[in-house]
Design a protein around this ligand. Structure first.
Ligand SMILES: [Zn+2]
Length: 579
């Protein structure tokens, strides 16, 4: 009888191998299923990331336009030499070769090699930015020699009015945020560029490129075009803006705002000194020069310069006195040329005195003693409330960023107040400071009979016409006084109204910086500020002007020639561009 063969160790090994093979096959199939089916989306995405390069396409920034579609800022196209970081080793070697190439020296910026070494893979490094067509042509031989370099076009911002509208328009520069934006992307900084950045900027596009295992582009897959930014139509009259800038340029520092009273449209807003926005962001030396200039060219004095209003504040004080009933139209106060208060003597600018004057005459002759007396009769709160009615303590909310609000009697009791403080407040000195645009809006609101105006630079906006709650009779009294300022021989503003094509009304002002006894008074920075506010035509007001000359001594001397020429310009251009 044959014996059933016994299991041998060899047979056991076959069984174990078979079992292990089956088990591994199951695990492998399971893993394949997991990777191919369950995790398909994830790994497809990762694979695409390796295969597809995505590069943002910068949108073309919209234009900022003055009236009649005259450009205040537009986007031009230039060229740039780019280093492709996806070919990093080639690029490093190219840049090293460039460093040794004397012909290419002009393309090399300090620290370029470091920048290349630190660049992210699949990004690009700008070797030379904003080149003209001629410069780009000079680069062409380099492209044949260095394979990690290529030419691309790029946008740059052009400001045709240069310094004439620099504060108003602003400039563009690299964003300060940490968002992953392309290094060459620029956003609006200051002015209209900043305020309307979202509208002007447009939408980024995307460029997808397929690359091989060595990250070399092999195929353009698809482009999602960038969406250009929108154009912004402003209310600015470009010729008037340039004209006013020329008028102000004779002064070391000055500002002027010209506004259409009927709709709040700003026709010109100039601040000097200024800067050339075409050079500011790309010329480091120029930037440093601007930053180191003591008169602060970056400051937009029209909206951020704070000045005591001086006598331009007197119409507000007169309205406060008329409202409080401490004077009437016919109340006369005697001016002997001074007013004694305790041990202190407050002088009228006219030392010989004005004699008996009523409110209209006091505004026309800018009699200080008349207004000292109003200060004594009024509470500070009366003056503060009237000033607030004209919006002097707040921002005008004009659509230019970084506006400063004025201040009225800040930190002082509003009930009674110290006597000397009330006296000084009544002539616009002491605790009152305003901006030129605040003054322009104030005089415009007097001119239109006491209706609120919101100034704007956006042509699509119109200011509402809300009453301020001030007696129209009182406003007419003040307007009469302001008319005589410019139309009575010998008055401070007569040079503005004299033989003008249409009647002008206004008020001069001089704001003290240091006291008369201060020995530094001969230095420019301690001289008085000069101010002038005006509107015209006086009988049917349409335009308001505010001029401030920093340390210009007297409003009549420094500001009136500017305002008069502005009105002459408007009159000569029979149909102002905004009407
Ligand atoms: Zn007087």
């Amino acid at each position: 009888m044959r014996r059933k063969p016994k299991d041998t160790p060899f047979t056991d090994r076959i069984r174990l191998a078979t079992f292990t093979t089956v088990l591994l096959t199951i695990v492998l199939i399971g893993r394949l299923y997991y990777l191919q089916i369950i995790q398909h989306e994830k790994y497809a995405l990762l694979s695409n990331r390796n295969r597809i390069r995505i590069r943002p396409i910068i949108p073309k920034r919209g234009c900022i336009l003055a009236l009649n579609n005259i450009p205040l800022a537009f986007t031009g196209v230039k060229y740039r030499l780019i280093g492709d970081s996806s070919l990093k080793k080639d690029l490093e070697s190219d840049v090293k070769s460039l460093l040794a190439d004397s012909r290419a020296a002009k393309f090399i910026r300090p620290g370029l090699l470091e920048k290349v070494k630190n660049s992210l893979p699949y990004s690009h490094v700008v070797i030379k930015d904003e080149m003209t067509w001629v410069q780009a042509n000079q680069c062409l031989p380099l492209l044949n020699k260095y394979k990690a370099l290529y030419l691309d076009n790029c946008y740059y911002r052009v400001y045709p009015l240069g310094a004439s509208a620099c504060h108003l328009v602003g400039y563009t520069s690299a964003p300060s945020t940490k968002h992953a934006l392309p290094p060459e992307y620029k956003c609006g900084k200051t002015g209209v560029e900043e305020r309307f950045d979202l509208l002007l900027a447009g939408e980024f596009g995307v460029k997808k490129t397929e690359v091989n295992a060595r990250s070399i582009p092999v195929k353009d897959l698809c482009d999602y075009e960038a969406e250009s930014g929108q154009n912004l139509e402003t209310t600015i009259d470009a010729a008037l803006q340039k004209f006013v800038h020329k008028l102000l340029s004779v002064h070391r520092a000055a500002s002027c705002v010209v506004m259409n009273i009927e709709n709040g449209h700003i026709l010109a807003m100039v601040s000097t000194p200024g800067f050339d926005p075409n050079r500011l962001t790309n010329d480091q030396k120029y930037w440093q020069h601007v930053m180191q200039t003591s008169t602060n060219p970056l400051m937009n004095r029209s909206i951020a310069g704070l000045y005591p209003p001086g006598s331009t504040f007197k119409p507000v004080v007169a309205l406060a006195a008329l409202k409080a009933g401490v004077i009437s139209r016919n109340t006369k106060i005697f001016c002997p040329g001074y007013m004694r208060l305790g041990n202190h003597v407050f002088h009228c600018w006219k030392r010989s005195g004005h004699g008996y004057v009523n409110v209209e005459q006091a505004i026309a002759s800018s009699c200080d003693v008349f207004f000292y007396n109003l200060g004594l009769r009024l509470k500070l709160s009366d003056i503060a409330e009237m000033a607030a009615s004209f919006g002097l303590g707040t921002k005008t909310e004009v659509n230019v960023p970084h506006e400063q609000p004025g201040r009225i009697l800040l930190g002082r009791p509003l009930g009674g107040g110290h006597t000397a403080q009330r006296v000084l407040a009544a002539i616009g000195q002491g605790s009152v400071v305003v901006t030129p645009i605040g003054l322009c809006v104030m005089v415009a609101q007097i001119a239109n009979g006491g209706h609120r105006i919101f100034p704007t630079l956006n042509k699509g906006e119109t200011s509402p016409h809300e009453p301020l709650g001030i007696s129209s009779k009182h406003i007419e009294i003040v307007k009469n006084g302001m008319f005589w300022v410019c139309n009575k021989p010998g008055s401070s503003g007569y040079a503005c109204g004299y033989s003008a094509k249409y009647p002008i009304a206004g008020k001069t002002g001089t704001a003290q910086v240091v006291s008369l006894s201060d020995k530094r008074g001969h230095l420019w920075q301690y001289k008085d500020h000069a101010l002038f506010i005006a509107y015209g035509p006086a009988d049917r007001p349409k335009y308001a002007v505010a001029v401030v000359v920093d340390h210009g001594k007297s409003g009549a001397l420094s500001c009136i020639p500017v305002a008069r020429q502005v009105f002459d310009y408007i009159e000569a251009n029979e149909k102002p561009a905004d009407s």
